[in-house]
Design a protein around this ligand. Sequence first.
Ligand code: PLP
Length: 462
Amino acid sequence: MSRDVPGPTVPQTRHLGTAVPGPRSRALQTERDAALPDGLGRTLPIFVERMAGGIIEDVDGNRIVDLASGIAVTSVGAAHPEVARRVAAQAQRFTHTCFLVTQYEGYVRVAQWLNSHAPGDFAKSTALFSTGAEAVENAVKIARAATGRPGVVVFDNAYHGRTLFTLAMTAKDKPYKTGFGPLPTEHVHRAAFPDPLRWPGSPAPAQVADEALRAFEDLVARVGAEQIACVVVEPIQGEGGFIVPPAGFLPRLAETARRHGIVVVGDEVQAGLARTGTLFAAEHDGFVPDLVCTAKALGGGLPISAVTGRAEIMAAVSAGGLGGTYSGNPLACEAALAVFEIIDKEDLTGRARAIGQQVREALAPLVGLGRGVAELRGRGAMLALELVRPGTLEPDPDAAAAIAKACHQQGVLVLVCGTLGNVIRLLPPLVIDDDLLADALGVVAGAICEQVAAADRVEVSA
Ligand SMILES: Cc1ncc(COP(=O)(O)O)c(C=O)c1O
């Protein structure tokens, strides 16, 4: 279906003229390996020439379908003309002042938009930063300042970033924490996240929510509410495997936390800003955090993040306590203002829902424990498949890696996630064309079927 939006500058078709990676990417890879540390991993070792809509064109002229959006960043596409126009115009006026030194209007406009669109019918204010981890750390600082308490409750499978404090909040050890200890974990407390697929005893989702809330209450009692500043929760867990909590869990968590004077922080760094079919993922379940962190899709590719929340909580920090040299950089603010306009004009929340439906129609028939696909889950254009050993719930990271590799070789970029590395996640740009998405989903489906057939062959020969 063609859409009434500015046309992308790269043909919106998959095309492979060489193996992936091709010779020019491989040559650059050799130079990269000599110049960069191994600690910087990479998913697909190609080098990018240009991008538009749902296509990544590499330096060998291959056109790869983008089902990753730079990890949920380029929801409006990686080269939307309106983002490019506003950023270029701003670059000609000034690139930087440090907002803490001299101010500019764009920062205020971004804050106003977030204040009026974030969940919650109360007075809000917003502080801008540069990365998701920085937003999360600042939400914790604000909650501590507002409550005078040190503790932070986070969840199993949580991912909040790679700085030392957000690493302490993040659940997965390897590779994120390996060799980086000691981490500041003293006041970080981990609660069970209600994962309906893996909750002990596999009860109905409503019971999973009840039991997880009881576990949260027990943790609060054990630690002492007077020791807990905030609970930080992803409304849909991202790196942890696109786990959607049962209906009602998030609002009940918020109600319980507030009863104990605990600030509720929603980490919407991955799920926020139209990705799930609503502006904020919290909206699906009537969840209203006190503070919400956004980043990734906010800047359409430019680094910007935000903490938006109850004005009286945000006001707890005295002047000079928040911000940083680059926080709310003027180029990134202009990009964010373009993103807000595009979400509205191109109905990207509607697009996310339509993409979700198309993905479900294409991939739901593949789900089945016997086939090793335990679940297709998520919301809108944030969907994932969990791979298990056929007939069991045992995670199968090898199958996920093999499927991802097969997709990459055929020119479709997918990402793997999950605490156990057994989840394939799909995060296409919300401006992807239906036909291109259908083509890419055909490749993903083919790779899964091939993996199932390979597993059967192993079983027969064993
Ligand atoms: C939910 C969530 N929080 C925080 C972060 C950290 O963001 P950044 O990598 O921009 O620091 C991420 C990154 O993936 C995320 O998914």
